[in-house]
Design a protein around this ligand. Structure first.
Ligand code: NAD
Length: 346
């Protein structure tokens, strides 16, 4: 059984990856501080997975990546029990652009110190396969057209800077021993929605900044109105265009990336994970309303500082190398996200 360490595994992205890995018979070790999530996220996994299988193959550790000793103990435990950790999917980190502008030290500390600790321990235990949760924020998003992996990089906020630096760190590690490390930076565009069985979704415990949880709050009348930042962008209807991708398709890309690095020679790759299709905020709201039969009242506000008109992926490299193809459309994203939310009790 292949054992994967999943840092940040109880968060939005991590929990969907965990569910998908388990469905494919991987053994999953979660390491999370629960600063923006809760271990309850795993409670419903037994609705689709055998209880005994879960007991054996889902291990949950509470810990902060900045605590080197706790990470070392985890690797040691598995090593001594003959269940070596084969690879790491590294999702743990702080992720709010807005918060990173207010608290840059926290972002550098958690994201950079945490990753340095992780890589050092991985190196010590000869675990040299890592998939890193990077982001489209590493790009200069003022470029016109689709962004490909060779587009200019120019993050403009502390959050994006940390993603950029971690990519560079991983590249340096790879270049220092090219016959050993297998590294993939997956540059996510905009994951939304929830797993199609409705077991898990996006329910952060900190302030909501991402678009989809806010739409859910407005649709459920927890919030009066949704604010669209700017209607004078140079886009089809004046509102910002983004590349939304179903969380299940995003999760699957990690499994394909693990397969790719296991079957190929050591390598270092940056890959865009998006659908390649741009959707405006108004289109997202209209689709959500139509497919779910609910209203999402909105108002137009000022543009936000540091925002961009259009950010859409050229995903051809990931499609070719990983033999991966997004399967779900915007309606699926809106329907699955709402179905989960209605039954989640949050
Ligand atoms: P999330 O906040 O839901 O998940 C992150 C998890 O990491 C949480 O469970 C949190 O408790 C944990 N964590 C935070 N600091 C930690 C620490 N010091 N030690 C251990 N665990 C810690 O966020 P997400 O949306 O699931 O994002 C996962 C990763 O993907 C992040 O690295 C994020 O930057 C990246 N990403 C997310 C998006 C998105 O739109 N969701 C887009 C691009 C990139």
């Amino acid at each position: 059984m292949r054992t994967v360490l999943l840092t940040g595994g109880s968060g939005y992205v991590g929990s969907h990856i965990a569910l998908n890995l388990l469905k494919k018979n991987f053994s999953v070790v979660i390491y999370d501080s629960f600063v923006n999530s809760s271990r309850e996220v795993f409670n419903k996994f037994n609705k689709v997975l055998d209880e005994e299988f879960l007991k054996k193959n889902l291990k949950i550790y509470e810990g902060d990546l900045r605590e080197k000793d706790s990470l070392r103990n985890l690797f040691e435990d598995f090593y001594l029990n003959g269940k070596k950790i084969n690879s790491v999917i590294h999702c743990a980190g702080l992720k709010s652009v807005k918060d990173s502008l207010l608290n840059p030290l926290d972002y550098w500390d958690v994201n950079i110190t945490g990753t340095l600790n992780l890589i050092k321990i991985m190196n010590k235990f000869s675990c040299k396969k890592i998939i890193f949760s990077s982001s489209a924020t590493v790009y200069d998003c003022n470029q016109s057209g689709l962004l490909n992996e060779k587009s200019i990089l120019k993050p403009i906020n502390p959050y994006g800077n940390t993603k950029y630096i971690i990519e560079k760190l991983l590249q340096d590690i790879y270049l220092s021993s090219k016959d050993a490390w297998r590294i993939v930076n997956l540059r996510y565009f905009n994951p939304i929605g929830a797993d199609p069985d409705g077991l898990i979704g996006e329910g952060p415990s900190s302030e909501k900044n991402n678009i989809f949880p806010l739409i859910l709050d407005v649709a459920s009348k927890k919030l009066d109105k949704f604010t669209i930042y700017g209607n004078d962008w140079d886009t089809k209807d004046g509102t910002c265009v983004r590349d939304y991708i179903h969380i299940d398709d995003l999760a699957e890309s990690h499994i394909r990336a693990l397969k790719y690095i296991s079957e190929n020679r050591p390598n270092f790759l940056n890959l865009n994970i998006g659908t390649g299709k741009g959707t405006s905020v108004l289109e997202l709201i209209n689709t959500f309303e139509n497919i779910n039969g609910v209203k999402v009242p909105y108002v137009f506000g000022q543009r936000r500082e540091g925002d961009f008109g259009s950010v859409v992926a050229d995903n051809s490299l990931a499609k070719t190398l990983l033999n991966w193809e997004p399967q779900k459309n915007l309606e699926d994203m809106c329907r699955d996200g709402w179905d989960w939310f209605k039954n989640s009790g949050i």
